[in-house]
Design a protein. Structure first.
Length: 107
């Protein structure tokens, strides 16, 4: 992108210098027209690149948001899994305690 901007600056400088010259020479007129044409083409390319950059930036931002959402969802799922495991451990302990109590009553 810098090279396009640098080319545009050089072309503008060349155009300014050429405008100050004697324009009676047909070759100079032809060069000026050629430089103007190149400048216009570079401006079109610059605009296209800026639009592509904006589109890519938007895509990147959207994908970053989705990734954050997935990561947050994963953290929530991990937390739920840990809580579930803890509940199972509690139930196992309660079951063990109940079995011990049943054993005591049977003896």
């Amino acid at each position: 992108m810098k090279s396009v901007i640098e080319k545009e600056k050089r072309l503008n400088l060349a155009l300014t210098k050429l405008k100050n010259l004697n324009l009676k020479n047909p070759e100079i007129k032809k060069n000026i027209e050629n430089l103007n044409s190149q400048k216009n083409q570079l401006e079109i390319e610059k605009q296209e690149l800026e639009e592509k950059y904006k589109s890519l930036t938007d895509d990147f931002n959207n994908l970053s948001k989705k990734l954050d959402e997935f990561q947050n969802q994963e953290k929530i799922e991990q937390k739920k899994q840990i809580e579930f495991s803890e509940k199972i451990d509690e139930l196992n302990q309660e079951t063990d305690t109940l079995l011990e109590e049943i054993d005591k009553w049977q003896t």
